[in-house]
Design a protein around this ligand. Structure first.
Ligand code: URA
Length: 245
C-alpha cells in the first residue's frame, strides 16, 4: 500500500491533510522521515505520525472518562495528556478532542477509518454524529439562546454557520446541548456569541456511545462491539434536523 493511502486509513486525517503532514516531516517510516507519498508500505513496515506508531493488527476502541486538567494530545511539555492515562497509548489517536478543562467521554482508537465517522463534519446531507454535553454557564441562559443555537451561530474565522444545535435548559445556568460537529472550542464560542460564558463542560455521549457511569475520572474501558458498530458512516445517517422558523 502507498504511504498516503496507509496514512488515510490509519490516522484520523482526511485525504487533503496527508501531503502537508508528509511535507512537514511529521511522518517516519522505519525510523526515518519520509516525505514521498508514493513510498510503498509493507506488512511489517513501521509508520509513525508525530512519534506515534500507527500500525496495529488488532483494532482498539476505548472510552475514557477524561478528568479536567488533561490535554487531548499525545505529548505536551507543560500539561499532563490523556495518553498518560492509557496503557496502549503508542498506537492510539483521539476521536474528537475535549479542551483541557472539559471532562467526560473521550474516545480513543487506532482505527482511522472508524474515527473519521465520528469527527468528520458531514459532507452534504448527513446530519453528523450527535455529541451531547452538560454545560454550566456564568450567567443565566437567556430565553433566546435556544433560537440562536437552532438557527446556527456564524463563525467568522472559518466562515461557516454551525449546524442547528439542540438546547435543553436544566437550570438557570445549566443546560444539555447537542451538537452535530466538533469545531474548535465550538460550545464556548457558541455561548460567547450569545453573550454568555461556559464555566464547565462535560461530554456525556457521542452517538449511541454513552459515558459509562462506572468509570471514575481517569478510568477507561474497551468499547463493546455494539458501541463500535453503532457508529455508521455519515452518508447512512438521515437528513439534518429542521431549522427553527
Ligand atoms: N466545545 C468546546 O468549546 N470545548 C470542548 O471541550 C468541546 C466542545
Amino acid at each position: 500500500m502507498r504511504l498516503d493511502r496507509f496514512l488515510y486509513h490509519h490516522s484520523p486525517h482526511g485525504r487533503r491533510d496527508i501531503r502537508p503532514l508528509l511535507a512537514a516531516g511529521r511522518v517516519r517510516v522505519d525510523g526515518e522521515v519520509e516525505k514521498n507519498s508514493q513510498h510503498e508500505i509493507g506488512d511489517f513496515t513501521q509508520v509513525e505520525l508525530d512519534g506515534v506508531l500507527l500500525r496495529s493488527d488488532t483494532p482498539v476502541y476505548l472510552m475514557l472518562n477524561k478528568p479536567a486538567g488533561y490535554l487531548s494530545a499525545t505529548t505536551d511539555s507543560q500539561h499532563p495528556t490523556v495518553m498518560e492515562l492509557i496503557d496502549e497509548r503508542q498506537t492510539l489517536h483521539i476521536a474528537g478532542r475535549l479542551d483541557r478543562a472539559s471532562t467526560g467521554l473521550l474516545i480513543l482508537t487506532n482505527d482511522g477509518k472508524w474515527s473519521r465517522r465520528l469527527t468528520e463534519p458531514p459532507q452534504q446531507k448527513g446530519e453528523g454524529v450527535p455529541k451531547v454535553y452538560l454545560v454550566a454557564t456564568a450567567d443565566p441562559i437567556t430565553a433566546d439562546t435556544h433560537a440562536h443555537f437552532a438557527r446556527g451561530i456564524y463563525f467568522a474565522y472559518e466562515d461557516l454557520t454551525t449546524r442547528p444545535a439542540g438546547l435543553e435548559v436544566l437550570a438557570p445556568r445549566q443546560a444539555k446541548l447537542t451538537i452535530y460537529e466538533g469545531r474548535y472550542h465550538q460550545i464556548k464560542r457558541m455561548f460567547h456569541a450569545v453573550g454568555n460564558r461556559v464555566t464547565a463542560l462535560h461530554r456525556v455521549s457521542t452517538g449511541d456511545i454513552h459515558l459509562d457511569p462506572g468509570l471514575e475520572p481517569g478510568q477507561y474501558r474497551d468499547l463493546t462491539a455494539a458501541e463500535v458498530s453503532s457508529i455508521v458512516p455519515a452518508h447512512e445517517i438521515g437528513p439534518p434536523p429542521r431549522r427553527a422558523s
